[in-house]
Design a protein around this ligand. Sequence first.
Ligand code: GLN
Length: 304
Amino acid sequence: MLNQALLQQAVDSVRPLLGKGKVADYIPALANVDNTKLAIAVTTVDGQTIGAGDYLEPFSIQSISKVFSLTLALNLYREDEIWSRVGKEPSGHSFNSLVQVELERGKPRNPFINAGALVIADLLQARSGAPKQRMLEVVRKLSMNPTIAYDKVVADSEFAFSARNAAIAYLMKSFGNFDGVVETVLKNYFHYCALRMNCADLSKSMLYLANRGKTLTGEQLVTPVQTRQLNALLATSGLYDGAGEFAYRVGMPGKSGVGGGIIAVIPGDMSVCVWSPELDTNGNSLAGTAMLEHLCQQLGRSIF
Ligand code: GLN
């Protein structure tokens, strides 16, 4: 049964995994995170949130923000305008790879690898008045937490070490698939990654994915069909090169970030967020995946 004791059990069951992964270290602000943090929170479609471990402690959401940006883009653009610029297929390469971008003439495989998310950020820059402010408003509203903010240190540090993402953006520009000023769009993208939210905020924010597009406050953010499509993309590409393993072990559409967070949903039922900073070789939280696996096994749930 889903209750606080089950969540506590999920947290306790993965403690032996601590020390077996590796915290993201491409910027100092992430390298210095306490690697012993463990957290889980669940929000059910009836609006209740429960959690265990460090679930009220904010962390850097990193690529989990790619779900929010795609959702915002779906609000601003026709679907063909989006999908002519980014694909819907798993990449089979690391999340920050340039290889496919070159081979496939500037069109990224999907919106959840860096290249795809940069195209989405480019779309948001072109049509959203103040893209950074707009994103903040959206996540504050979705989580019902007006204190959510960007971590300036993380955002600035990402920008200082942006060579790879800048290279991806310029490569897409060379193929005509990037309209904005690269530095401006990169800054927006890094701010989205630098949002600080806790597991409770994230499980609440993602409820629309479990609730046919309806948010915790009852707003229709995307249509039921778009929600199904978002979940399909999450199931196939949300965990990068680990999407198959994640589907096999967990069986929920999900999205990871290199801050160690993973969000996942069971449509019609609940949204979950786990956090543990140590990552596996695909850049997905090691103990986070195991907590989700434990939860799904105990509940006997899977979308498959
Ligand atoms: N900020 C990171 C990057 O752009 C996000 C990657 C991730 O969370 N997978 O490389």
